[in-house]
Every structure is written in C-alpha cells, then in structure tokens.
Write a protein that binds this ligand. Sequence first.
Ligand code: G6P
Ligand code: ZN
Length: 543
Amino acid sequence: MAVQIINTAPIAGQRPGTSGLRKKVSVFSEPQYLENFVQSVFDTVGDCHGQTLVLGGDGRYYNRTAIQTVLRMAAAHGYARVLVGQGGIMSTPAVSCVIRKHGASGGLILSASHNPGGPDGDFGIKYNTGNGGPAPEKLTEAMFARTETITQYRISDSADIDLDRLGIVHVEQMVVEVIDPVADYAELMQQLFDFDAIRALFAGGLRICFDGMHAVSGPYATAILEGMLGAKKGSVINGVPLEDFGGGHPDPNPVNAHELIAIMAGDNAPDFGAASDGDGDRNMIVGRRFDVTPSDSLAILAANASVAPGYAGGLAGIARSMPTSGAADRVAAALGIPCFETPTGWKFFGNLLDAGMATLCGEESYGTGSNHVREKDGLWAVLFWLNLLAAKQQSVEQIVRAHWATYGRNYYSRHDYEAIDSAVANALMDALRGQLEGLAGQQLGDYTVALADDFSYTDPVDGSVSHKQGVRIVMTDGSRIVLRLSGTGTEGATLRLYLERYEADPAHHSIPTQEALAGLIAVAEQLAQIRERTGRDAPTVTT
Ligand code: G6P
Ligand code: ZN
C-alpha cells in the first residue's frame, strides 16, 4: 500500500448547489471527476491529520464505488479514523448525529437526496462540518474555487474494504470503523421522545404506514418503529434500500409517494402515514384521507413541542425558509419567541441553531428538524408526530383542524415547472425583477401589493448577506406569491411558484387548496407570464 500523487486538471462545473454537488452518474463516473472534487474538499477544510471523518450515503447506484475512493483519499490525507456506515449506508441526519457524538471534524454524505438514482440517475456528494451541518456557502465556494485550480490529487492504492462486515480495518495507517448506521441515531431519538407513550399507542392498536421509498430511511424506520416501538410488522413498506430506489422518485410528496397516498385513502386506511426521501432527511405526514402541509407540520410541532421530553423546556425560537408559510410565525408570536426567515437551504439554519437562537426549523420542501442535529430529519418528524398523537389521543386531522381553529389557516401550495430551458427561466426571473420597483401599492386582481422585492438575508450571527434568494410579492392581507429557481435540479431549470393565503375564519377552512388560491395563481401568471414564456400550460408537480 502506498499513497500516490496523481496529476489532474480542473473539470468545469463542480460548484456545489443548495445541497452539495449533484450530477448525473455518467458525469460522476468520468475519470477523476469524484477525485478532483474530494481533493478540493480536503484542500479546503484544512489539516485532516489525526481527524475523524464520518462517511455514508443513501445507497444509490455508485455509492459503494465512491465510498471506496473516498476512503483511499482520506487515508492519503492523514485522517486518523473514518466511521463508515455498514453497506455504505447512513442517512443524512444520522451522519449529522454521528459527527456530533463522536467529535468528528466533518463528514461526507453521498447522496442526491430525492433525485432519482440508478445508472441513468443522479449522484451527489456534500461535506458537513464539525457541528454536523452542511458546509456554509463560504466553504462550498472555496471548494469550488479549488476545483478550478486543482493540478494533483492524493490517493492510496490500497484494495477495497469489506463494507458489509461490522468492525475495524485499516487503509494505510487510517482506522476504518464499519458501524451500525442506526445505533447512535436511535439512541438520540430515545432521549428526545417519549418512547413508552408511543409504545402504548401501538399496543393499543394504532396502525401506521411508513413508506421508505426503497431509500435510506427503511432500515432506520424498521429498527425504530417496528423493532423498538412495536409497530406491527409490515408497517414499514418499501423498506429495503435499492440502488435505483425501485425505479421510483424518492421524494415524499403526494405526487411521488402515490403508493402511500393510495393506502391512506383506502377503505381500511391506517391512522397515520409518513414517507421520507432518498437520504432520510425529508418527511411527509399524512392522516387518514388527509395530507398535512410541511408548513403546517412545523407550526403544529412548535405549538405542541412540550409534549416531547426533549423539548419540554420550551423553544428558544423557530426558523423557517422564506417560501415556507407564515403559520409558524403565528405560533411564535403566541409563544412570545422569535421566528426567523431564512433563504431556502438547510445550511442557513446552522448559525441560528449553533447560537441557541432557534430550536425548531422547517421548510415547505418537506423538511423539519431541530437543534438535535444540524440537518433536517425525516424520522425525527415522524416520531414527534407519534409522540403528539400519544399525548393528544386525537387523529391527525383533528389535531390539524384544532390548530387552524386557534391560529387560522395558511392555505399553501407550490407549483413546480421542472426541466425548463435555463435561458427561458432566467429571462422570466429577470423580467419579474424588472417589475418589482413599481409594484407596491398596485391592485392585482383582488389583492393590493404591500411589498415586492428579491429576498435578501443578513445572518444575525455572522452578518453574512445572501442576495437574490427569491422574488416575493406580499399583499396587504399577508397573502404572498414567491418565485425562485431551484438550486437542486440537475436538468435545465426548475421554476418554483409558492402561493399562500391566510384565512382566519374556521367556517372557511375546508376549501380545496387550489380553489382557495385561484385568485393568487391568476395574479402570478399575469405577472410572470409562466405559460407564455415556458410554453407549459400546467405545473409538472403541484404540492
Ligand atoms: C434540499 C435542501 C433544502 C431545500 C430543498 C429545495 O432538500 O436541503 O434546504 O429546501 O432542497 O431546494 P430548491 O433549491 O430545489 O428549492
Ligand atoms: Zn434529502
């Protein structure tokens, strides 16, 4: 075994997006593509000597190959120890948990989250820092800059290790510990939630369906929900991770998780349904014939946080991404705690969590989490909901309706226009930005514009500023239209249109969502000319 220094040259386009570097497998498997990026990461994070690295992925195609490459490169950079999940598996929140628990200097997560997998699908890699959270933009930009000047990478020529056998092996001087990817995470969940109460719920006959979507959360859900908490065998469906996710699209929304939605709408529907995504950080909560929006889920968990032992002491604050509905703001106001509004991307919550300014965070994109790790956490949200069901002894729908009755309902929807031409998408956004200045005070349909801008965020902890984070048009009644381009797509551009309308009166809380938002949808179309510019007459996905 020896460390090799290999000559290389920069490869264009290795800029990490909202959540790491994501490309087609065909791109990642090009010679030196992965190596260049990993070398740039190691060069940027500084001295790796004597440090611990956590490594795992969502099990998608190319995961095992990439893990062996990263291990050989980590050994060539002087890491003392790598903790790698058995089979190369570790969910994103579990990586965050393991980094924090074992004092690692960072971790590499191999995942393209909810993007499809397989030889023709996507692959991705992202670096998390010692606090367990995604590398901040400053760091990812420095990594990108490094990819543009790279000339060499370092790699050991050692053989592949056996990823399936638990225990310790060596690559060069480096210790590689193949660990159970579930154990540390399960222990943390036990500290946060009332497992006895949830166990009693299952013993009393509560039926659930958790859809692992053939992605990483299956083993976690099976071990915790069925194994530790006593949910009936078979409560977890699609629970075995597959390299192509069974051909599915592991994104937990009502469109992609159609199997779960059908089960929850069936005659003999379980009491509670949930799904998670490719790397286990997203969650969707479903009641019997009743979907819970992610924005409402955040608000409801915040309003009832004290039912869970881990949050019994109260919340320091709530944080939500800008496009997420204002439902959580109403809860924060009632609790007398701050509610922070950040750009899209979980990494923006990191400083607030580290500084103890926020306890719960959430995004409209099916992401919810807390200060227990520095990532959003799918199964955590499921356990929180189960803890809530145990405490309230009510159905999901009853809990949500009671919440609306108290706080009012924020009708909410997101319309995605996927894989549109990038030039068309940019021109649409530019044209929209061009109109912003004169909009305030104008009457649009039934609405009067109160504020129109391109969202900028100043991080209250480090003062860093992020510009151009999404166009928002806020009406005088608090209704909002938000438009931005996705930072996670890999094909052309994805335009996201977010719509929100507040309704205080419980007598008007049962309008179908798209109907309740029809007036705003028309205003958005008129302003952004989505149909005309993209040639699409409907969104690809509506959530
Ligand atoms: C990932 C990120 C989230 C983000 C979501 C959508 O899941 O971790 O923070 O909200 O992608 O991002 P996008 O830029 O595609 O709207
Ligand atoms: Zn994810």
